[in-house]
Design a protein. Structure first.
Length: 205
């Protein structure tokens, strides 16, 4: 069974760009704070320059001994020797596993009970569930799940469960109490990423 770090920061290139922040610099800060997993999330076109940035972040993670995960793109994950996280509209997890092999960490996003039950039957290492609270990281987010529903859904799977969506430091303990094994964080890391990363490391110890 995969054991995930409780703090799961996500480098979202759109969110970083809103604060004119370089993903490489952000990665260095998160790794210096002690992050043991780091996801690179780029929803636009993978130009050569974007791939070069992902490649550099992957190298920083290797040096730090931190698991590097690519969002959506199995081909990029394979090129970088990274883990992969796929969503409901991406390559199906079973097909992603065929490409990546058994040694690659594979995660899968779910947004309701039916998707979580289906995801539990997929060859994945962990499942994400959300949004737990309102989120600004997606243009058309799924309905909020909330803490009570998270607690109810926890019993559906024995796989590590990552809570995502609108998570802030003051809510972290309640999210863990509801059954999450890890919390994925995007917006609450910005703009003071150094201070926020240190605070998140503290509340997820």
């Amino acid at each position: 069974m995969t054991v995930l770090p409780r703090f799961y920061p996500i480098l979202d290139t759109d969110a970083l760009a809103r604060f004119a922040m370089d993903p490489r610099a952000a990665a260095e800060i998160l790794l210096a704070a002690g992050a043991r997993i780091l996801q690179f999330r780029h929803k636009g076109h993978y130009s050569r320059s974007v791939f070069a940035v992902a490649e550099q972040v992957a190298a920083l993670c290797r040096e730090a001994g931190t698991l590097f995960v690519v969002n959506d793109r199995a081909d990029i994950a394979m090129l970088l020797g990274a883990g992969l996280h796929v969503g409901q509209q991406d390559l199906p997890p079973a097909d992603a596993r065929r490409l990546l092999g058994t040694g690659c960490v594979l995660g899968f996003s779910t947004h309701n009970e039916a998707q979580l039950r289906a995801g539990d039957g997929e060859p994945v290492d962990y499942l994400a569930i959300g949004p737990i609270f309102g989120t600004a990281s997606k243009q058309e987010p799924d309905p909020e799940i909330g803490l009570a529903e998270l607690a109810r859904l926890r019993s559906i799977t024995a796989r590590p469960l990552v809570a995502i969506g609108g998570l802030r430091r003051e809510r972290a303990h309640a999210v863990f109490a509801a059954g999450a094994d890890a919390v994925a964080v995007i917006g609450d890391l910005l703009p003071e990423i150094r201070e926020r990363a240190e605070e998140w490391m503290e509340v997820t110890r």
